[in-house]
Design a protein around this ligand. Structure first.
Ligand SMILES: O=P(O)(O)OC[C@H]1O[C@H](O[C@H]2O[C@H](CO)[C@@H](O)[C@H](O)[C@H]2O)[C@H](O)[C@@H](O)[C@@H]1O
Length: 248
């Protein structure tokens, strides 16, 4: 059953596989034309308490969702902007980042079909084009990265393994948002499709909120489920009207 919205919600929205459909390449995605306007309407409806929480960078979100500009956390919690006009606050660049980048460029050159996405505070090695080699590629990334320093963490996602600095994830981002002006006192509702969203689900539920799983991936934490990003957008589109119809 679709979750019935409440006016005290704070919405946390994952991007790939949740707000937008997946594509073969990170830059091959399509942002539906009306999505920026939808996000802006949601901000107005929920007093600004709508955040994007993604593995993408905040810079990418601002460019691709313009003119919408939201509170956001990027690179799996490694950067956060608590309000649209606040500065984005990044963690320090991890010491392992440049050596890892060099090592992976070298090691994976002989693995056709892999694509390394270089993000400022994390790296993503994609293997959607060669899923049959996924396990071997992930093991190679773990072998290369493990020796490179304290705090390096590996996050297995959808046809991707991401390398990030430990201590920051989508859950820690939700916790930070919930302590900030726009979000405090509200009920967190986290929408996500991938294993990397489980930390966000956990944080939302621990704060008395809800986890809304998107797509077929099994999870122990889902309070509700929506089948596809298109269904998510339809549901979000109806949310302002649904809230108006229950307000006194
Ligand atoms: O946290 P998210 O918003 O879900 O972002 C997670 C990663 O998404 C992107 O990769 C994924 O989507 C691509 C486009 O559909 C797809 O080609 C790839 O296989 C997926 O893993 C993005 O490239 C990453 O930077 C994000 O961390």
């Amino acid at each position: 059953m679709h979750p019935y919205p409440e006016s005290d919600w704070a919405l946390f929205l994952d991007i790939d596989g949740t707000l937008i459909e997946h594509a073969d390449h990170p830059e091959g995605i399509t942002i539906p034309e009306d999505l920026p306007d939808l996000l802006t309407r949601l901000q107005l409806t929920l007093g600004g308490a709508v955040a994007l929480v993604s593995g993408r960078t905040i810079d990418w979100m601002d460019r691709r969702f313009a003119p919408a500009r939201l509170p956001a956390s990027g690179q799996h919690g490694a950067e956060i902007r608590l309000a649209p006009d606040a500065p984005a606050v990044p963690i320090p660049i991890p010491r392992w980042r440049h050596p890892l980048e060099e090592a992976l460029d070298r090691e994976l050159a002989t693995w056709p079909g892999t694509y390394i996405e270089h993000k400022p505070l994390s790296l993503a090695v994609h293997f959607r084009a060669v899923p049959q080699f996924g396990d071997a590629i992930m093991q190679k990334v773990i072998d290369v990265g493990t020796g490179l320093g304290d705090g390096v963490e590996f996050l297995k996602g959808r046809f991707v393994i991401e390398v990030r600095q430990g201590g920051h994830d989508k859950g820690s981002a939700v916790e930070q948002f919930m302590r900030s002006t726009l979000f405090t006192g509200r009920r967190p509702v986290f929408l996500g499709d991938d294993v990397t969203d489980e930390d966000g689900f956990r944080a939302a539920r621990q704060a008395g909120g809800l986890a809304v799983a998107v797509g077929p991936r099994p999870t122990q934490q889902a309070d509700h489920r929506l089948a596809t990003p298109s269904e998510v957008r339809d549901w979000l589109n109806r949310l302002p009207e649904a809230l108006e119809s229950v307000s006194p």
